[in-house]
Design a protein around this ligand. Structure first.
Ligand code: NAD
Length: 493
């Protein structure tokens, strides 16, 4: 059933539009607002208070003031808050899904999937909160006794991108709350609404004031700049593009900040000659089209053995051509718009460059005329040196290139400065192990196209970033280790 305009209006009106500072929704000190658009129509759907540096610092002061009490709050209480928030989001799952579709564009069915995935981080970290053990030991030389325990790292700055508005926030806020950190969260200006609703749910779940402060605005650096300068900040966690991550790491270096960086990707998807073609086509389709290809884990280069390239390409192109690019609220929609006009222009420019370098468009390759920022699902046949293989595409575009040997596939897969996700399709288990041991990626999907899961350590190597989110590793990013050397109880006897 198509969502009614009244339902959309009522939901949008229920989203707080202020800055969350010290447990209260406040107006921006400048009195300014910024607009949020629906990428399927290009129309403004909401206006939010526009935080400047003064607001950012007010939010940070609240986080600093709340830190000591929050760190002493028993882990079980922190866990209970996360679990209550998880239950509340489940109750309002349709609201969260629709809000993401409205501000980001993904089809409702996909947005519902993100609610399950994103909310899973709250459940996972509510469970991890009470299980982050330390250790004790008698030193090997028999002298000191060692006690090691974990403390919250302290006030944290969390910066999220626009592509997964709920999951990117819960993946940071979940472990920070579990560990006992207070925080300032800055969402992407294109998609701040889901974060606003999420923050309201965290308050309803009983999160004490000052623990989570949310400031979004039209100038990212006006918000992050002064906070990063302050020596009381102990951690920055960023998900976004590599150039911005590099700049933030440079700023973070001044105060030797703990930094987690989830940056860009350029995922290879390798189809060997012995792959099960049904699994390969399904996996390739999921790895490319999830989130309209606007995912750091999106398959970005399709490396296909020359003997199966024709069959793979024919079947994959058929799947692309069956997609229905429609506004995400339409029940028929299987492909939403690109997030904004600039991003769509960037995708088109990459294709033009690929074609100029000898690439052949097999399907798509053009903008879709009409409302919003839709782009036709595209497949291209390219040579090994085509420049598109070096770029993060961030759209529904699949460059396909052939290889002839396992060694060549490995070399091609590693030929990138990125190292986040990768996908390997083969029915030969030994080959899977050989290949995964030789490719430099933080994540490998073996005969599957979607691997994200709250229980798994998500993150990359090389210029894809530092640190891991999710899994047992996720909470460790928000804690620091303290070692107590205890006197030898037998000393002097
Ligand atoms: P982006 O780097 O433009 O922005 C990400 C966030 O950083 C936004 O909140 C933005 O407002 C903020 N930002 C931008 N400039 C800033 C500055 N100078 N100081 C402080 N904050 C600043 O990225 P994007 O376009 O929102 O997201 C797409 C990118 O994110 C892609 O490269 C994608 O691969 C990456 N991404 C990575 C992961 C991962 O887990 N590795 C997940 C999702 C997205």
């Amino acid at each position: 059933m198509t969502v009614t305009a009244e339902r959309e209006k009522a939901l949008l009106e229920s989203v707080p539009t202020g800055l969350l500072i010290d447990g209260e929704w406040r107006d921006a000190s400048s009195g300014k607002t910024f607009d949020v658009k629906d990428p399927a129509t290009g129309k403004v759907i909401a206006s939010l208070q526009d935080a400047n540096s003064d607001d950012a610092m007010a939010a940070f002061e609240a986080a600093v003031a709340a830190q000591a009490d929050w760190a002493r709050t028993p882990a079980q209480e922190r866990a209970d808050i996360l679990r209550r928030a998880y239950d509340l989001i489940n109750e309002r799952a349709e609201d969260f899904a629709l809000l993401m579709t409205l501000e980001m564009g993904k089809p409702l069915a996909e947005a519902r999937g993100e609610v399950v995935y994103g909310n899973g981080f709250l459940r996972w970290f509510s469970e991890e909160a009470t299980r982050h053990y330390g250790r004790t030991m008698i030193m090997p030389d028999g002298k000191l006794r060692m006690q090691v325990h974990h403390k919250p790292v302290g006030p944290s700055l969390l910066i999220t991108p626009w592509n997964f508005p709920l999951a990117m926030a819960t993946r940071k806020v979940g472990p920070a709350v579990a560990a006992g950190c207070t925080m300032v969260l800055k969402a992407a200006k294109l998609t701040p609404l889901t974060t606003q609703l999420f923050a309201q749910v965290m308050l309803e779940a009983g999160l004490p004031k000052g623990v989570l402060n949310v400031v979004s605005g039209s100038s990212a650096s006006a918000i992050s700049g002064p906070i990063l300068e302050d020596p009381r900040l102990r951690k920055v966690s960023f998900t976004g593009s590599t150039p911005v991550g590099v700049r933030l790491m440079q700023d973070a270096a001044k105060n030797v900040l703990r930094s987690s960086m989830e940056l860009g990707g350029n995922a290879p998807l390798i189809v060997f000659e012995d792959a099960d073609m049904d699994k390969a086509v399904d996996g390739a389709f999921a790895a490319k089209l999830r989130n309209m290809g606007e995912a750091c884990t999106a398959a970005n280069r399709f490396l296909v053995h020359e003997s199966v390239a024709e069959e793979f390409t024919r079947r994959f192109v058929e799947r692309l051509e069956a997609l229905k690019p429609l506004r995400g609220t339409d029940p028929e929609s299987t492909l939403g718009p690109i997030v904004d006009e600039g991003a769509r222009d960037d995708i088109h420019a990459l294709i033009e460059e690929a074609v100029a370098a000898g690439g052949e468009i097999l399907t798509g390759g053009h903008k879709i005329e009409g409302d919003g920022y839709f782009y036709a699902p595209t497949a291209l046949k390219v040579g090994k040196d085509n420049p598109i293989l070096k770029k993060e595409i961030f759209g529904p575009v699949a460059p396909i290139v052939t290889f002839s040997t396992e060694e060549e596939a490995i070399q091609m897969a590693n030929d990138t400065e990125y190292g986040l996700a990768s996908y390997v399709f083969t029915e030969d288990n030994a080959r899977m192990h050989r290949v995964t041991e030789q490719i430099d990626f933080g994540i490998v999907g073996y005969n599957v196209g979607v691997v994200s899961n709250p229980a798994a350590p998500f993150g990359g190597v090389k210029q894809s970033g530092l640190g891991r989110e999710g899994g047992a590793e996720g909470i460790a990013e928000y804690t620091t280790v303290q070692y107590i050397g205890i006197e030898d109880p037998f000393a002097g006897r």
